[in-house]
Ligand binder design. Structure first.
Ligand code: PMT
Length: 219
């Protein structure tokens, strides 16, 4: 018996750490590998979804998943905007840079004794999609925190109008950024926080997708 509860559903997943250019050869980024987002994309495909993976990671993507390669937060925002209206679910697992250099040097910057850069805010993709979300769409965000994890994730749930926030403690070396395992808590409007024990990101991806399947059953 095949169990394809997401057949006919379009799921968008974002993955990886965005890169914010300083000059043609330099950029600012973070430690996100894309492992989490790529695992979620695969898990959603396994449940029958049509998957669009908008990724800043260089992990290879199988042909069964539609890949949109992006570099910066602004590019990721554009790509998400292009797909969101026709999507049933968006899962924002990407580590999106909150800031970007105000100007990008046209040529490689020459060495000076010191260097100061000015940054401006990037668009908040999750918040923007939260403001556009229809009742039939399921919006999942992440919260990368090092303190007050549950409390901060609960405010992100409200502030960004998401249906679920996957909260994780990114202050520990054996979980979170750029390793194979994670320990997370699902923060939702409908239940107490749901703790997910330390395990493989591929297993957590299955748990997230199962939660989305239930969301569609109840909404
Ligand atoms: O890629 P891996 O190596 O597997 O690592 C996984 C992970 C640690 C990156 C992942 O588990 C994680 O926590 N992803 C979210 C990282 C993040 O940007 O968290 P945040 O708390 O700063 O942002 C909250 C939410 O808003 C996130 O869903 C983020 O995608 C989104 N966001 C943030 C900033 C911004 N400008 N636009 C956004 O949409």
């Amino acid at each position: 018996i095949t169990d394809l509860p997401l057949k006919g559903k379009k799921v968008i997943v974002t993955a990886g750490g965005t890169k914010e250019r300083i000059d043609p050869v330099r950029y600012i980024t973070n430690d996100s590998s894309g492992k989490t987002g790529h695992a979620i994309a695969e898990a959603a495909w396994n449940k029958g979804a049509d998957v669009v993976l908008i990724t800043a990671s260089s992990i290879p993507v199988p042909d069964r998943i539609q890949k949109v390669a992006v570099e910066s937060a602004k590019e990721m925002h554009q790509a998400v905007l292009e797909h969101f209206e026709t999507a049933d679910s968006l899962i924002m697992s990407a580590a999106v840079s909150d800031y970007t250099p105000k100007t990008v040097a046209e040529n490689k910057m020459k060495k000076t004794d010191s260097l100061s850069l000015e940054f401006e805010k990037n668009p908040d993709i999750l918040k923007d999609m939260g403001s556009r979300k229809r009742a039939d769409q399921c919006l999942v965000g992440f919260a990368a925190e090092t303190e007050h994890i549950i409390e901060y994730a609960q405010s992100k749930l409200k502030e960004k109008n998401a249906d679920m926030i996957v909260a994780n403690d990114v202050g520990q070396k054996d979980r979170g950024f750029n390793v194979d395992n994670n320990e997370v808590t699902f923060i939702t409007h409908t239940s107490e926080p749901i703790p997910i024990r330390l395990k493989k990101k591929t297993e957590i991806a299955d748990d997230i997708v199962s939660w989305i399947v239930d969301f569609f059953k109840n909404n």
